[in-house]
Design a protein around this ligand. Structure first.
Ligand SMILES: [Cu+2]
Length: 167
């Protein structure tokens, strides 16, 4: 006997939609979502923020600058791992967002480097960053601070933590 088969479907739907997703922002043809930063350790000098940019338009754009009073400066960085497995990172002029494509900033890869944090990044808090694109202009994005262990699977880059002591 099948009792209330719809209940299972309802519960499944709730489970699927339950995870809290960061807000998404629209700026012209660009959509910015999943904006987050890793919680900082006490006395940590630099932090890192990440986001996903989707370009729904037919022309490419470039992420060219990020600003926010949470840090002394914000830079766009790329991380690379050399043949010896040593992670290094370097500033980049901009990050291309191809027409109809998307770019994901994530630990161990492209990231927004928050230099000289003015206050610790506490899990559960959030802070605004001004994100500027060459064509689309500037949008204020609220960055959610997450615990390091909440990072997406597969990413374990050093940016924002140990790796940035070299700065
Ligand atoms: Cu960096």
């Amino acid at each position: 006997m099948i009792r209330k088969p719809w209940l299972g479907g309802l519960l499944l739907a709730l489970l699927v939609t339950a995870p809290v997703r960061a807000e998404s922002y629209r700026l012209g043809d660009l959509e910015i979502r999943d904006a987050w930063a890793r919680a900082s350790a006490p006395m940590q000098k630099n932090g890192a923020a990440y986001l996903t940019i989707v370009n729904h338009g037919g022309q490419s754009d470039r992420l060219v600058a990020v600003e926010g009073d949470v840090a002394g400066a914000a830079e766009l960085h790329a991380s690379t791992v050399d043949a010896q497995g040593v992670a290094t990172m370097h500033p980049v002029d901009g990050i291309e967002v191809p027409a109809g494509g998307e770019v994901v900033l994530r630990p161990g890869e492209l990231h927004i480097m928050l230099m000289d944090l003015r206050r610790p990044l506490a899990k559960g808090a959030s802070f605004p960053l001004q994100v500027r694109f060459e064509r689309a202009g500037t949008v204020a994005v609220q960055i959610e601070v997450r615990a390091a262990r909440d990072m997406p699977a597969g990413g374990h880059g050093a940016d924002g933590a140990q790796g940035h002591k070299a700065h």
